[in-house]
Design a protein around this ligand. Sequence first.
Ligand SMILES: Nc1ncnc2c1ncn2[C@@H]1O[C@H](COP(=O)(O)OP(=O)(O)O)[C@@H](O)[C@H]1O
Ligand SMILES: [Mg+2]
Length: 250
Amino acid sequence: MAYALEIVDLTAGYDGLPIVRNFSARIATGTVTTLIGGNGAGKSTLMRAIYGSNRWFSGQIVFAGRAIERLPPWERLKLGIGFVPQGRCNFATLSVAENLKIACYTLPRRQHDAAIAPVLELFPFLKDKLGMLAGNMSGGEQQMLETAMVMLLKPRLLLLDEPSLGLSPRMQQDVFEMARRVADTGVTVLMVEQNVHGALRMSDTAIVLELGRKFMEGPADEVMNDPRVSQAYLGVTASEAAAAAPTEAS
Ligand SMILES: Nc1ncnc2c1ncn2[C@@H]1O[C@H](COP(=O)(O)OP(=O)(O)O)[C@@H](O)[C@H]1O
Ligand SMILES: [Mg+2]
C-alpha cells in the first residue's frame, strides 16, 4: 500500500511544552482518516505539527517520500499539504469570487480562472454564490468555501480541523460527503472531528488520541464499534457497549 504520510515517533507542541508524544501513524494515499479524542487531547496540535505551524521536538514526518519535519509551513504547502484550521478563516466582507481569487495568490493571474473552474465542480453550490459576501453564507457553506480555497492550491494531503463544528446535522453530512469526494479524486484527507459517528461512517481509518498519545487505531467501523470509543465519544453506556461488542471466548 502507498502511504501519503508517515509519522514516526513524533513529539511536538509549543515552546517548552511537548503535547503530542511519540506519535506514529501511516496514512494511506487517497483515504479519509479521522482523528478523534477528548478536548485538549492534542488533535489540533498534531494537525499543526503536520503543517509545521507549531514546535517540533523530535521524530519524523515523511510526506511524498521526503522528511519534512524541519521545513516551514510554506515549504510544506508547496510540497502539497493543505491545511484548513479550526474556526472560520475566509474574508467575510469579500465576495465568494474574491475569496477564491485571493486563494490563488501563489499562481500567476492568468491561471486563476483555470484553477477555479475544477474546484467549483467539486463544490457546485458555490457557482450560484460567487457574488455573495462570504460572511453572509451559512457556517457550513463558509467551511466548504475555505476548503475550496485550500483545494485551489492542489494539495495532495488535505488537513481539516473540525470541519463540521457548529453546523446543522444536514450541513455536517454535506461536509463529510465533501471530504469523501475530495478523497475520491486521489487526495488524502486527514480530519479531526467531534461528530464521531457522522465522520467515522464515511472514513476509511480512525485514530484515537488521548493525552497526546495514540490510544487506538484501525478501520473506522471497528473503532466506532469498540466499546471504549462508544462509551467515551458516542454517549453509549458501558452495559449497552458491552452488549453491542462482539463476544470474546474467555
Ligand atoms: N498555542 C498554544 N500554546 C501553548 N499550549 C497550547 C497552545 N494551543 C494548545 N495548547 C495546549 O495543548 C493541549 C492540546 O490542545 P489542542 O491540540 O488544541 O487539543 P484538541 O484539539 O485535541 O482539543 C492543551 O493542553 C492546550 O492547552
Ligand atoms: Mg482542536
